[in-house]
Design a protein around this ligand. Structure first.
Ligand SMILES: Cc1ncc(COP(=O)(O)O)c(C=O)c1O
Length: 399
């Protein structure tokens, strides 16, 4: 099929749920994505944060190939070596109290299980989530997600969910009742706008949960696996959640979700309480184990930290130069540029110049490049942003 045929088939046969960008992706390597005609893009999206060690990392490809020849599916009712190896590796890098893991296939499922687990453990019914949070679109996770638009036409939401202002510990305290099972939050809000919390927020949340005897759930689906410069964003503080949700980069693009919890919490759930046919399949787990090896061996969280600082510095310089930019912010390679106008023009112009970007709300440009992005690629992206913001500036603020 040629480019146009591929576009036409998807637009006529696929559920119309995604904003199509006009990129027919065909091949990837590291931070580069090629379309079917060989056009080369620098992918600052990692496919929505997924290709964390870069597209088609040779070590991950090798692990997937080997496992595919060995065994492709294995229900949780059977034991399997690839799954065991993955569990040992994720256990080693996670906060040490989070010793038990449930394996699923996506972010929303990892959250769904966390929410069910919290209710089962506490025998309580209410969940407090944050304003501007994004936790997925299955009904439990969607109830915790903030954005109204995602909920329209799908009501009623699961009862017992409340939202409090992210970062405002006193308002969160006021939301707690005797029925509260858990508080769920992203350590840094991704889709909601690359929002970093006030300095002590996670610590204060931990103390509040301990005081009120409720569970603390961190959704590290976007922030985890080295994205923010540590393996998990909570490791920038000394705060360990009771339950942690992972997905996106965890298996370099294969569908895998993980919900990690403390032993005494996971033990509240038993055989048959929850399950997934595909969850923790051997190919996903082999990819996950290889991903963790690559993250460690290539020191990618450390690289994300230093490259993130470099980019943020340059974006701050642009912020001083262009009135269009309100603020640049982020941590590691989870970066955002808030502008005074809708971001769509900027994204389109970046794409015209072969740089793929994401949005995080109407006026925030989001960059989630693979952690293997090279210095040369970073400089190309920065040059492109400079040019694109320059054009935007001359149009918005003509002399
Ligand atoms: C923080 C967070 N939680 C949950 C999800 C949902 O993940 P999925 O799309 O795999 O269901 C996302 C996806 O963007 C996310 O960023």
């Amino acid at each position: 099929m040629n480019r146009q045929q591929i576009i036409e088939v998807e637009s006529s046969l696929m559920a119309n749920l995604y904003w199509k960008r006009g990129v027919v992706a065909s091949k990837g390597q590291g931070a580069i994505l090629w379309d079917v005609n060989g056009r080369e893009y620098i992918d600052c999206t990692s496919n929505y944060g997924v290709a964390i060690v870069g597209h088609c990392h040779p070590k991950v490809v090798e692990a997937v190939k080997l496992q595919a020849e060995q065994l492709m599916s294995c229900h949780g009712g059977y034991n399997n070596e690839a799954r065991s190896e993955f569990l040992e590796k994720i256990n080693k890098i996670a906060p040490k109290e989070l010793t038990r893991t449930y394996l699923s296939n996506s972010g929303t499922e990892a959250v769904e299980f966390a929410l069910k687990l919290a209710k089962k453990k506490t025998e309580k019914t209410e969940i407090i989530a944050m304003m501007n949070a994004f936790h997925g679109k299955s009904l439990g996770a969607l109830s915790a997600t903030w954005k109204k638009k995602y909920k329209e036409g799908f009501g009623p939401m699961v009862p017992g969910y409340k939202h409090a202002p992210y970062g405002n510990i006193e308002k969160i305290r006021d939301t707690i009742t005797t029925d509260t099972a858990a508080i769920i939050t992203e350590p840094i809000q991704g889709e909601g706008g690359i929002n970093l919390p006030p300095q002590d927020f996670l610590q204060q949340l931990r103390e509040l949960c301990d005081e009120k005897n409720i569970l603390l759930i961190f959704d590290e689906i976007q922030t985890g696996m080295g994205r923010t410069g540590k393996m998990f964003a909570c490791q920038h503080t000394n705060v360990t959640p009771d339950i942690m949700c992972l997905s996106k980069g965890i298996a370099s693009g294969l569908p895998l979700g993980a919900t990690m919890a403390k032993e005494e919490i996971m033990s509240s759930i038993g055989i048959g309480d929850h399950s997934s046919t595909f969850g923790g399949g051997p190919i996903q787990c082999a990819a996950g184990a290889a991903t963790i090896d690559v993250l460690i061996n290539e020191k990618l969280p450390e690289k994300a930290a230093s490259n993130g600082k470099y980019i943020l510095n340059k974006m701050n310089e642009m912020g001083r130069k262009y009135k269009t930019i309100r603020e640049a912010r982020g941590l590691g390679l989870m970066l955002g540029v808030e502008t005074r106008f809708e971001i769509i023009n900027i994204m389109n112009r970046c794409q015209e110049k072969n740089v793929l970007t994401l949005e995080a709300g109407r006026n925030i440009l989001r960059l989630l490049p693979p952690l293997v992005i090279t210095q040369t690629q970073i400089d190309k992206v920065l040059t492109t942003l400079n040019e694109v913001f320059g054009v935007e500036e001359s149009e918005r603020f003509p002399h």
